[in-house]
Design a protein around this ligand. Structure first.
Ligand code: 2P0
Length: 324
């Protein structure tokens, strides 16, 4: 009744932004991401007859009730498929640089879904695992697979057609994804709250929903033809549109800080000099910069030289879940 699984985080090129069902984590729009080769979570789950509640250890520390309850609510979905309603000890380790401010919910729930079901003796295929992981955190459904991954939003009310599918294996197109750390503090508006507020109040949200299918098509064409410039342009413009919706929310909010602008400007400068680099930004101030591996060293050097940049982590497309 024990299993260990590892999952990497992913970076969305076409963003998941807004839910149509908060309980089932069903998205308003499809999204597309690259699973990275690092920034991972390794999780061991032990189902145990003698436990009276689930116990959650993170990075060697026993977590309090709030965090443990999140895990328990997720494990309830696994328990529903088990004959014996046992509780579990969950031990997770995030392989991310200390307090680097990188989101770990994608790798976290992908690893938990894989370890919990395997430990329970349930043989779920990747599609079923993606559906399960989605119900812990939406973006986790994409981390089940490696490389370039699409999360199809689906239409059904029960979420049975809302899961990720792989579109390109990691070795089929090597890109450099530079995670630029400008801030490691917890964000003020969590992504869950931010997307809810935007869906409910931003007049720009309908424009977002109109734009995503077009961006999605462009991104898929670019990936198919390994057209880096086309992929970069649509990635950057999709991030800008997502962040524009937050400015129209009530109350309005924005995830960027002055250092975020510094990095964005630097990326535009690099392009003026003929170096193909493009940025994307998630629900926080840190920036991810995409470039081709032959430009990686130069781009990294330039970004590290910015005074407000604390660190730059270089990633590449990586694998989906693995069992250890
Ligand atoms: C993404 N984000 O596609 C987008 C871009 C943030 C901006 O997925 O509520 O932690 O757990 O489903 O997955 C972050 O949201 O949100 C996210 P929940 P999640 O990567």
């Amino acid at each position: 009744m024990e299993a260990t699984a590892k999952a990497n985080t992913n970076i969305a090129l076409i963003k998941y932004w807004g839910k149509r069902d908060e309980q089932l984590f069903l998205p308003m729009n499809s999204s597309l991401s690259i699973t990275l080769d690092q920034l991972s979570t390794t999780t061991t789950v032990r189902w145990n007859l003698d436990l009276e509640k689930d116990v959650f250890w993170l990075n060697g520390q026993l977590e309090g009730e709030e965090e443990a309850n999140k895990i328990s609510r997720f494990l309830d979905k696994v328990r529903m498929q088990m004959e014996e309603k046992w509780y579990a000890t969950v031990e997770s380790v995030n392989q991310v640089p200390t307090s680097a401010g990188f989101a770990s919910s994608a790798s976290g729930f992908a690893a938990l879904a894989a370890a919990a079901t395997k430990a329970a003796g349930l043989a779920l295929n990747h599609q079923q695992l993606s559906i399960l992981a989605r119900q812990g955190s939406g973006s986790a459904c994409r981390s089940i697979y490696g490389g370039f991954v699409e999360w199809r939003k689906g239409e059904r009310l029960d979420g049975s057609d809302s899961y990720a599918i792989p579109i390109l294996q990691p070795h089929e197109w090597d890109l450099s994804i530079l995670s630029v750390l400008v801030e490691s503090k917890k964000k003020k508006v969590l992504s869950r709250e931010g997307m809810k507020r935007t869906v409910e109040t931003s007049p720009f949200y309908s424009g977002w929903l109109e734009a995503v299918p077009i961006d999605m098509q462009l991104a898929k064409e670019a990936i198919h033809h390994r057209d880096f410039e086309k992929l970069g342009r649509v990635t950057e413009s999709n991030a800008m549109k997502m962040h524009a919706t937050t400015l129209g929310a009530n109350p309005p909010f924005m995830y960027w800080q002055s250092a975020t602008f510094d990095v964005m400007e630097q990326v535009l400068e690099l392009r003026k000099k003929g170096i193909q680099a493009y940025f994307t930004i998630d629900a926080g101030p840190n920036v991810k910069v995409l470039c081709e591996p032959h430009d990686q060293k130069k781009v990294c050097e330039v970004l590290k030289s910015l005074p407000l940049v604390k660190d730059v982590f270089i990633c590449h497309p990586g694998s989906g879940i693995t069992y250890l």
